[in-house]
Design a protein around this ligand. Sequence first.
Ligand code: MN
Length: 485
Amino acid sequence: MAYLIQGETGDWELVIGLEVHAQVISKAKLFSGAATDFGADPNSQVSFVDAGFPGMLPVINEVCVEQAVRTGLGLKSQINLTSVFARKNYFYADLPQGYQISQYDQPIVGEGELLIDLADGTTRAIGIERLHLEQDAGKSMHDQHPTKSFIDLNRSGVALMEIVSKPDMRSPEEAGAYLTKLRTILRYLGTCDGNMQEGSMRCDANVSVRKKGEQGLRTRCEIKNVNSIRFVQQAIEYEARRHIDVYEAGGDIRQETRLFDSAKGETRSMRSKEHAHDYRYFPDPDLLPLVIGADFVEAVKATLPELPDDKKARFMAEYGLNAYDSGVLVAERASADFFEGVATGRDAKMAANWIMGDFFAAMNSGGYSWEKPPVSAAHLGAMIDLIKDGTISTRLAKDVFVFMVETGKDPAAIVEEKGLKQVTDTGAIETAIDAVMAANPDKVAEIRAGKDKLIGWFVGQVMKATQGKANPAMLNELILRKLKE
Ligand code: MN
């Protein structure tokens, strides 16, 4: 079931590696005490260090180091106890220092892996190459004035984790699954909010193609700063087809950096690819090598939350859920907690169905969040109890649920108020059946002559007569007995 693109000259395979810049959750910047709040007035969160004033010295923020270690552990990666900050030199108007402090040949985090969850319920391991800490640049604003550009340095110096995968992905779907999973893990860890719209998680995709069965890698192109998972997938798809067209027309691919135009659904050339030597990396003389203790790493490890893969496995083992349902429920920590709030001590499969069905539908109808859900876990649990003890049928529960969302009241109060109690009184159900039978003697005769298909019609009529309140199991049993007698 490998993903291949058919060309004129045969089948082509995609080779995809992703570089993600994830903004570290921290009150202060990587090397200065300036604030990092999103959306503040331009240039209101800038220290002399961030503005590149001569003679200013960077001071490492320990919180950012801890966040990088935490993320490395969450990605099952090697933590390097010694790492080195280096200057990456380039000129740009929003980079007042004239260089970015980054890490080069000695990053804080080395190789690891991330499990992606695919639509068919299978998982696949994607290699992590490295994670390093670096400063973000400022922002150039070209759309504020007809002839001038402005610079906002609020972002200058904010800590980023650059997380580089191995070129292990083979389809746009796998790239999407990788980003989705990475974002989930970062959010579980509390190290990045993963908000791609606000730019706190940005993705560069490296794409190349090769003939099915071919060894080695062909020239890749890098698509820069794509800001949604869907766009990353579209950009990869477009870029792969472009490579194939070029090769099949007898041409060659030039290594370059490209931009994705989401309106046109195309990539276009931005600049020829720069190489590491163009940046004249060298160790930053203002910073000593970063040395952390094994005890520090152990202390961070001790505070890690249960991560999504472990939680998914536990939901399957402990609650008997399938891989798909477990995967959906653990996608966010809040949804997993909500599920456990409802399922503990109850029919877990039923809890999962209600959450993934009516509850998610209500949640998506707008105005709700995990802080303010359409119904509380306690109320949804109480509603399931009412189904289980026979007070309401599953059908009536759907109405009760709607009233719960509308009023915020607990289900027992709604059942009482609206008179939605299920009729479990055999006599009352029998009376209703008798009335329907008396009104339809022809149909009764047909059923008795063997036309069993009509039984369902009878059940529907009696349900209607009792406003849906008849206990379905009882109703079925009584109808069969009476029709066949
Ligand atoms: Mn970078």
